[in-house]
Write a protein that binds this ligand. Structure first.
Ligand code: GLC
Ligand code: CA
Length: 543
């Protein structure tokens, strides 16, 4: 049976601006990324997901699109993109780009025409955005960028009316009730498919339509359009992967898979903060609870799981009490907080503690879903909370200990943001070159685990069953297919644990550690016992 590639893939999220600067202007670009594909192939990831590369005023790092049919000049040209795709494919790497259907930049010519009654093309674009005489419609829709925007409406003096925006005021929402808008977005999809992309990460999917008296999220009209998108892609370029960003509870995300006729993948947002919560409390309960609330998926569908990404660590999908706990524990300084989240990278969140970084990655690589690794987290990069908005987690990739971390030859003042240069996380200490050379480095450890995961497809599509290990500081589960069973144990506590497990169905089997190759005593029909170091983990194949 052939399986869809993404059900077993490991994704790598890359911010082109941050990755590698090929022409010395201080800004990462497509040729820079292409030159680093060997590194990504060496690391062992299967697909790269590129943050937006479209022309844009970059007030939201490209999520404010001014042209869906080109590449931002900072990043290169369409030919550079074609070359990237070709070189990636030659190495067996797939390329995922962004589709940002919900909103454009206010500098997009469509909005310029829509807002101005005297614009020569006003009639054509008048209804491409969501306009209102008053700012009191759709009151039940929440505000997402709470730290920046007081309302989802902003006034446009030229038109003498308000326009709707779920994000920044410079990102007006497109009007999906307009059939030309619906078609235009499919044309953009077709354009990037023609360039050879393997999939799309579709931004902000819940918000496409607005209806009075609703939260304006997850509406039937929105799902209908997303199904149309799937149908179009399936007919035009079968095998293309569609991944949706719906920051919602599992039961609300399920409809985004449809019957396998909407998205192939969705991020599992609520799982992510619960991994951190479980670590902070040395108790697996938060993970157990969200798994219990996670529905089975239609055939061929898959979750995308992650620890960190380019945005703040969102705390939208937790209760107010849990949020307060998370803020207290992980964001003691006000500057670490942003909107309903935490703007910090993985390594600083875990106090740069190698054992903790390992165990959360052990969970990421063996639990449900296909893992998405955020660039730089494989070397334990730090952050800079003093930069604006989310820039602090988007700093230049640290390649080596040379000036600018080997990211760029520009004068340091010219970099799009400064490299991390502090005592602990500074590029002189934390960089790819040094870690490649050190056998015991985090990078080499990540690479090893990535390769082991890839040798065992059970992690991609096996069933997952929790094992009621004692004590609750240990997160234990069985991943199983017809061919293979792996028992995974993760100690969420800094203390060593004597674990006992009931595994009657596996009596007579011998656990072999996939990581160390150690063979453990045979499972008997009574309970099975084993000790784990503080934050220790084991991937045990039963055979
Ligand atoms: C998504 C992106 C985020 C962006 C927002 C608005 O949530 O992940 O970076 O700011 O959409 O486009
Ligand atoms: Ca450049």
């Amino acid at each position: 049976m052939t399986r869809d590639w993404y059900t077993e893939a490991i994704f790598y999220e890359v911010f082109v601006r941050a990755f590698a600067d090929s022409n010395g202007d201080g800004i990462g670009d497509l040729p820079g990324l292409t030159a680093k594909l060997d590194y990504l192939q060496w690391l062992g990831v299967d697909a790269i997901w590129l943050l937006p590369i479209f022309p844009s005023p970059l007030l939201d790092d490209g999520y404010d699109v001014s042209n869906y049919f080109d590449v931002h000049p900072d990043y290169g040209t369409l030919d550079d993109f074609r070359h990237l795709v070709k070189e990636a494919h030659r190495r067996g790497l797939r390329v995922i780009v962004e589709l940002i259907p919900n909103h454009t930049s206010d500098r997009n010519p469509w909005f310029q025409a829509s807002r101005d009654p005297n614009h020569p093309e006003h009639d054509r674009y008048r209804d491409w955005y969501v306009w209102s005489e008053t700012d009191d419609r759709y009151r039940d829709a929440r505000i997402i960028f709470l730290d920046f925007e007081p309302s989802n409406w902003s006034y446009e003096p030229l038109r003498g009316a308000y326009y709707w925006h779920r994000f920044f005021r410079h990102q007006p929402d497109l009007n999906f009730d307009n059939t030309q808008v619906q078609q235009m977005m499919l044309r953009a999809v077709q354009f990037w498919l023609d360039l050879g992309v393997d999939g799309f990460r579709v931004d902000a999917t819940p918000y496409l339509y607005e209806r009075e008296g609703t939260s304006c999220e997850n509406l039937p009209e929105t799902h209908a359009y997303l199904k149309r998108l799937h149908k179009f892609v399936d007919a035009y370029a079968p095998g293309t992967m569609l991944l949706s960003e719906a920051n919602q509870w599992p039961e609300d995300v399920l409809p985004y898979f449809g019957d396998g006729d909407e998205f192939n993948m969705n991020f599992h947002f609520p799982l992510m903060p619960r991994i951190f919560m479980a670590m902070a409390q040395a108790d697996r309960t938060p993970i157990e609870q969200i798994l219990a609330r996670t529905p089975d998926l239609p055939a061929g569908c898959q979750w995308a799981t992650f620890l960190r990404c380019h945005d703040e660590l969102t705390l939208e999908m937790v209760t107010p009490q849990e949020r307060a706990f998370m803020w207290d524990f992980y964001a003691p300084e006000p500057r670490m907080r942003l909107n309903l989240g935490i703007r910090r990278r993985l390594s600083p969140l875990l106090d740069n503690d190698r054992r903790r970084i390992e165990v959360v990655n052990s969970i990421l690589l063996t639990f449900i879903g296909s893992p998405v690794i955020y660039y730089g987290d494989e070397i334990g990069m730090g952050d800079n909370i003093w930069l604006e908005d989310r820039d602090g987690v988007r700093t230049p990739m640290q390649w080596d200990g040379s000036p600018n971390a080997g990211f760029s030859t520009a004068p340091p003042e010219q970099l799009y943001v400064p490299v991390i240069d502090d005592e602990v996380y500074g590029y002189q200490r934390v960089n790819v070159m040094a870690q490649r050379a050190a056998a015991g480095s985090l990078l080499n450890w990540m690479r090893k685990l990535i390769h082991i995961r890839k040798m065992h497809p059970v992690f991609g599509h096996g069933s997952l069953r929790m094992v009621a290990a004692k004590p609750s500081a240990v997160l234990a589960y069985l991943r199983a297919t017809a061919d293979e069973t792996v028992l995974v144990l993760n100690n969420l506590s800094s203390e060593p644990q004597a674990v006992t497990l009931e595994l009657p169905a596996y009596a007579g089997q011998v656990p072999v550690d996939l990581l160390s190759k150690t063979e453990y005593p045979v499972v008997t029909c009574g309970s099975y016992a084993m000790t784990l170091d503080g934050y220790g983990y084991r991937w045990l194949k039963l055979s």
